[in-house]
Ligand binder design. Structure first.
Ligand code: CTP
Ligand code: MG
Length: 230
């Protein structure tokens, strides 16, 4: 029997680094909201359903202005997120029932492609845990509190972690349940949770450099430029 795959698309952040009145997921890129693009990619991919996680009081807006307006038929739930990204992920996982694999994706990454999503599904079905990323182009330096360089990791071993981050549902839910129970506030990434609380081996899967996270104002023209190149 074919495995069921659920995407959890996160859009419950405040976007404080964007310095905009409107949360960044609703800003427009070439006339359509940032969030539209990742929902469209998952809609066109091999995922079976999409759970959209939004900010408090934004569910109705997302239902009308995203799901109904653009006819995203795979969105089955629109749930409220939490204070931190990991709370939002946990809320998404708690509403995903009867699924085999979850793909956790930042709604602020509009450049994710259908091909990379499908490649991630193929990989997670084999390995049980994988993260989309890219090799770091620059040298990374680890600095101390005084901003002095303390060490230099071998560049061949440094990758940028992007999303989707993909796991068997059982692994994701049990690891997140433990992390939440331990009130672990150090979490910035889903692979961290799966490794620390699920003892998982997580495969890094090469995606694309264009899969940027729209974070600060200068990311907007960059994202638009990549969209135009498609
Ligand atoms: N996110 C979320 N719930 C939160 C925080 C973040 O669903 N409590 C989502 C964001 O909407 C975004 C993704 O997680 O799609 C990545 O987070 P980030 O880029 O940090 O977005 P924000 O937290 O919104 O931005 P900032 O950190 O600048 O406030
Ligand atoms: Mg944030």
């Amino acid at each position: 029997m074919k495995a069921k795959v659920t995407a959890i698309v996160l859009a419950a952040g405040k976007g404080s680094r964007m310095n905009s009145d409107v949360p960044k997921q609703y800003l427009t890129l070439l006339g359509k909201p940032v969030l539209f693009y990742s929902l469209q990619a998952f809609e066109q991919s091999d995922v079976d359903e999409i759970i959209l996680v939004t900010g408090s009081g934004e569910q109705e807006y997302c239902k009308k202005e995203m799901v109904e307006k653009y006819q995203f038929s795979k969105v089955t739930h629109i749930v409220e997120g939490g204070a931190e990204r990991y709370h939002s992920v946990h809320h998404g996982l708690l509403s995903a029932i009867d699924t085999d694999f979850v793909l956790i994706h930042d709604g602020a990454r509009p450049l994710i492609s259908v091909d990379v999503i499908n490649k991630a599904i193929e990989t997670v079905e084999i390995t049980g845990a994988c993260v989309v990323g890219m090799p770091v182009k620059d040298t990374i330096q680890i600095v101390n509190d005084a901003c002095e360089i303390e060490s230099t990791p071998d560049r061949r071993c440094t990758w940028i972690a992007q999303t989707p981050q993909c796991f068997s549902f059982e692994l994701a839910l049990s690891s997140y349940n433990k992390a939440i129970e331990c009130r672990d506030t150090s979490i910035t990434d889903d692979a961290m949770v799966a490794r620390k609380y699920g003892d998982a081996r997580v495969t890094m899967l090469e995606g694309g450099y264009e899969n940027i996270k729209v974070t600060t104002p200068e990311d907007i023209p960059v994202a638009e430029c990549f969209l135009k190149m498609r």
